[in-house]
Design a protein around this ligand. Structure first.
Ligand code: SAM
Ligand code: SF4
Length: 331
């Protein structure tokens, strides 16, 4: 059975809450954190920099979030903040709002208790990769039991660097509910160090690393507790479905939502008075300070008919930063 956290993520329903960019106890050569996230104390809810707690709620509502995943850096190194956000989310959205947290340290019983009391549902441990074949009798084995005793669902989430039979044997013994293996990825943040370690991109791929995938699929992904999360799935499910949820949620009557989850509308510098003169119904346009946004197909018709002179079709992400994907001039 797929975990609740993964099920919500596949629907694009998990808000990603980045709580803390420092990670003082680990230095993974493959750490994906980029310039803008590494060693920052700024919180981000999805792409939105969070200046006060209310903005977290606003972002969750904007995407109609079903749950939240908490990440960093190391969330256990900012435990007060992490627990405050957990309480905030559970108070606002109730117990059904599923929460999971990624961590690269064990943390200990007191932390597990505090996280559980604050409302965390599931914790996903990422032990140092040198230990994956030899987790028996380590603090990583103990913490699984402790987390469960304190009311959390313990699991693993690790990058798919290599297939590891001993890790599967360890999973068989039962303390962790499941293990997610992420397809090994290269990003701007780790590109140099990954190349130095001898890794290359798969042909024609933006992020997936060459080599490990087939072996992992063969040797690990058949295990009943292992889920392999591919880069393509992450992009299609986690990212695109989240954009679609957001787009559907914030679209105006005249915005079109594409299959990629972007919004499409027309933009013209014609005056709002022109739209009033022409008797365009209110639901087809909105006047901004220096331009008018309007149904793209209507703007196309208006330009064809000579009702307004020019404009453009804008395709834009529904995210906080509202990045424009494409502008197509109309004249
Ligand atoms: C960036 S970490 C941040 C949270 C925490 N420090 C940790 O390591 O779990 C979040 C997740 O990314 C995964 N990850 C790290 N490097 C990766 C890589 N190069 N490719 C794919 N997944 C990676 C980790 O296994 C972890 O589950
Ligand atoms: S534990 Fe997580 S945040 Fe820390 S260096 Fe490793 S991947 Fe990066």
């Amino acid at each position: 059975m797929i975990s609740k956290g993964c099920e919500q993520c596949a629907k694009g329903g998990k808000m990603v809450l980045f709580v803390y960019g420092y990670c003082d106890q680990r230095d993974c050569f493959y750490c994906p954190l980029g310039e803008n996230r590494k060693n920052v104390t700024q919180t981000y809810a999805n792409e939105r920099p969070v200046e006060n707690d209310e903005e977290i709620i606003r972002e969750a509502k904007k995407m109609d979030a079903l749950g939240t995943s908490i990440t960093g850096g190391e969330p256990q190194e900012a435990l007060d903040k992490t627990c405050r956000y957990l309480r905030l989310l559970k108070e606002e959205f109730g117990d059904d709002h599923h929460t999971h947290l990624y961590t690269g340290i064990t943390g200990g019983r007191e932390n597990m208790r505090r996280l559980s009391e604050a409302g965390l549902d599931e914790i996903r441990f990422h032990p140092p990769y040198e230990l994956w074949g030899d987790l028996h009798g380590t603090e990583w084995e103990d913490i699984l039991y402790i987390a469960r005793e304190e009311g959390l669902t313990p699991a693993f989430e690790i990058p798919g660097i290599r297939a590891e039979q001993e890790f599967l044997d360890f999973l068989d013994e039962g303390a962790a509910d499941f293990c997610n293996v992420n397809e090994f990825e290269m990003s701007q943040g780790n590109y140099e160090r990954m190349q130095d370690a001898g890794y290359e991109l798969q042909d024609g791929h933006m992020s997936a690393v060459d080599g490990s995938k087939d072996a992992i699929l063969e040797e690990m992904a058949g295990h009943e507790k292992v889920y392999f999360c591919t880069s393509v799935f992450k992009d299609a499910a986690q990212h695109r479905n989240r954009l679609k949820r957001m787009a559907e949620n914030i679209r105006r009557d005249f915005d079109e939502v594409t299959d990629d989850g972007t919004l499409v509308y027309g933009k013209t510098y014609a005056d709002r008075e022109r739209f009033e003169e022409l008797g365009v119904p209110d639901e087809f346009y909105t006047a901004k300070s220096d331009h008018v946004e309007v149904a793209w197909w209507l703007l196309e018709e208006m330009i064809e008919d000579g009702d307004v002179e020019d404009g453009e079709i804008v395709e834009q992400y529904p995210t906080y930063d509202g990045q424009v994907v494409e502008r197509t001039p109309l004249a």
